[in-house]
Design a protein around this ligand. Structure first.
Ligand code: NAD
Length: 164
């Protein structure tokens, strides 16, 4: 049974992605820090309660999750505050959730995927990567995530790990 790790699966696009994977017969590890809107229930579904701002703990988290065939880096956050009045804490949170955590998850999962010479990594982007965005750091992190995806595809693609 293939297994997918989907971040930000507590609601929205992540939850619907989890539903689609379950429908396709996958086992789903649904990661979020907030499951208050989560109404999926399935024997093949496992909740992973984790706050992705805790980037330093991601390697240890992944080590305990077992084999993952597909990673969907879907979690994202934004505040849309004026570009010249963004609280430092919000900037740090956006950088961590939208960029540092997805990269840490790719780095943590790459060794097991390389070993099996198979794997899929989907990084959920945004048109903001190209256009800019009312939330300065949201747009910047989505652009950086796109670039990181291309870099990782170059490093990992030769081992059978693909970006879609
Ligand atoms: N909705 C849109 O129109 C749209 C457009 C372009 C891109 N996107 C991207 O799609 C993805 C999902 O968007 P959405 O609209 O479903 O978002 P959403 O806000 O509805 O859901 C995001 C999920 O991520 C989780 N999350 C946020 N911070 C977290 C953290 N620190 N740790 C763990 N989980 C955390 C939230 O709890 C939430 O469940 C995001 O990456 C977003 O940037 C969305």
């Amino acid at each position: 049974m293939p297994r997918a790790l989907i971040t930000g699966a507590g609601r929205g696009i992540g939850k619907e992605t989890a539903r689609a994977f379950l429908g396709a017969g996958w086992t789903v590890l649904a990661l979020d820090k907030d499951f208050s809107s989560f109404d999926l229930s399935d024997a093949r579904l496992e909740r992973v309660d984790y706050d992705l701002t805790q980037v330093a703990g991601i390697a240890a988290l992944v080590a305990g999750l077992g084999e993952i065939d597909t990673l969907v880096n879907n979690a994202g956050t934004l505040y849309c505050e004026p570009y010249d009045a963004i609280p430092e804490a919000h900037k740090r949170e956006i950088l961590a959730v939208n960029l540092e955590a997805p990269v840490a998850l790719m780095q943590a999962l790459a060794p097991q995927m390389r070993k099996r010479k198979a794997g899929r990594i989907v990084n959920v982007g945004s048109v903001a990567a190209f256009t800019g965005h009312p939330d300065l750091w949201y747009g910047a992190t989505k652009a950086a995530l796109l670039n990181t995806t291309k870099s990782c595809a170059g490093w990992l693609g030769r081992d059978g790990i693909r970006r879609r």
